[in-house]
Design a protein around this ligand. Structure first.
Ligand code: FES
Ligand SMILES: [Fe+2]
Length: 381
């Protein structure tokens, strides 16, 4: 799992003025809305004696630990220690990590890392969001899968013919071959466009509104952005567009949350949302069923332990990107984390760690940076 990226924690409408405990990158966090309605996110472990802040309450815009009532503001600073008397100032080290939060596309995103604002990789953008002639839906799925396996599935053009019957199972055809990939490199990932065989959809309404070409071949684009987000552009006809933005949350090594934002430029009335979401879920569950059976459960770090073919080009590139971010010192050392088990509390380092010393909770172990192999922030892989 990787620090220093924005991750989706919850739908904006579900975050209220009470603590919400959320597991992300194998660690616990607490989120809440303060008096001004701003979303806040702190590391969940209280620096006093390990209380779970997310199991406390919100008082005076702060989160209050359920154990001895210490209160922490949105900056992670403890502002009240009842045991020393209400007039006494809490010790300077009485603070926990606080993470940058922003709300976009109906989701609360947390920046889980210590980079300063100017260095942070951006959230995968939805250019169509809020534009006239577009409608969005959002669905959440959570499965026992490695987020990397899930991303690799999203950027793999060869599985469609076998996993999704919406593609007509043309993979068994003796003349079938994955069409050439038109590769698109961006600052934070690799994608491609290619021609895909996709026969008409079953839904009557979709049939009515679509005019497909004779051989039902459409152009599809997909790619990853950072370690856990994927974009997909589907044009069922030259004028119909289905653009999907998948924001994944690595919860544990083999548990992943997925916020799927689907943008469409047809069937704009809300009565069609259900149809779209049903269809998305149908396809998503087919991917899930495959992902649940993969072995090993986590994707190999390099392509030395499996056998890639030209259609796996983006998968190979994705693994190179991950190695590049690992080389920047952004990858959790899961072996050490696992070894520590429940006996050591860790926190994902927050931006304040770069300026302040004397943190009570240890930062999570990271694999050492190897700058010569690093990628990101404008550097090509
Ligand atoms: S453990 Fe949180 S206040 Fe004591
Ligand atoms: Fe799929």
């Amino acid at each position: 799992m990787f620090i220093n990226f924005w991750y989706p924690a919850v739908e904006s409408e579900k975050l209220e003025d009470q603590p919400l405990k959320r597991r992300m990158l194998g660690q616990d966090f607490v989120l809440w809305r303060d008096e001004k309605g701003r979303a806040q996110c702190l590391s969940n472990t209280c620096c006093h004696r390990g209380g779970s802040l997310g199991d406390g309450l919100v008082a005076d815009s702060c989160v209050q630990c359920p154990y001895h009532g210490w209160r922490f503001n949105g900056d992670g600073q403890c502002v009240r220690v009842p045991s020393i008397g209400m007039k006494e100032k809490p010790p300077g080290r009485a603070r926990v990590d606080s993470y940058p939060v922003t709300e976009r596309y109906g989701l609360v995103f947390c920046f889980l890392g210590d980079l300063d604002e100017s260095e942070r990789p951006p959230i995968l953008e939805i250019p169509e969001w809020g534009e006239e002639g577009w409608r969005s839906t959002c669905q959440y799925f959570e499965w026992e899968v490695d987020f990397k396996r899930a991303v690799e599935n999203g950027i793999d053009p060869a599985h469609n013919e076998f996993v999704h019957d919406t593609h007509g199972m043309k993979g068994e055809d003796p003349n079938y071959k994955v069409s050439e990939l038109d590769i698109r490199e961006s600052e934070w990932g690799t994608g491609f466009y290619n021609e895909v065989y996709a026969p008409p959809l079953a839904e009557r309404r979709m049939r009515e509104t679509s005019k497909r070409d004779e051989n039902h071949t459409i152009t599809v684009g997909t790619g990853h952005h950072g370690p856990a987000s994927v974009w997909t552009h589907i044009n069922p006809t030259p004028v119909m567009k289905i653009y999907q933005y998948l924001y994944r949350l690595p919860i544990e090594e083999t548990r992943t949350g997925l916020y799927m934002i689907n943008m469409r430029n047809f069937m704009l009335e809300d009565i069609h949302d259900e149809t779209m979401m049903e269809r998305n879920q149908y396809v998503a569950f087919q991917d899930r069923d495959i992902l649940l059976t993969l072995h090993p459960k986590t994707a190999p770090p390099t392509s030395a332990r499996d056998l890639l073919t030209p259609s796996d080009y983006a998968v190979g590139r994705y693994r190179q990107w991950l190695m590049g971010w690992e080389a920047r010192g952004w990858r959790n050392d899961m072996e050490k984390v696992r070894k520590a088990g429940e006996h050591t509390a860790f926190a994902i380092p927050s931006p304040a760690r770069r300026r302040k010393k004397g943190w009570v909770i240890d930062p999570i172990p990271l694999l050492p940076a190897t700058p010569a192999r690093a990628v990101g922030t404008g550097q090509a892989a």
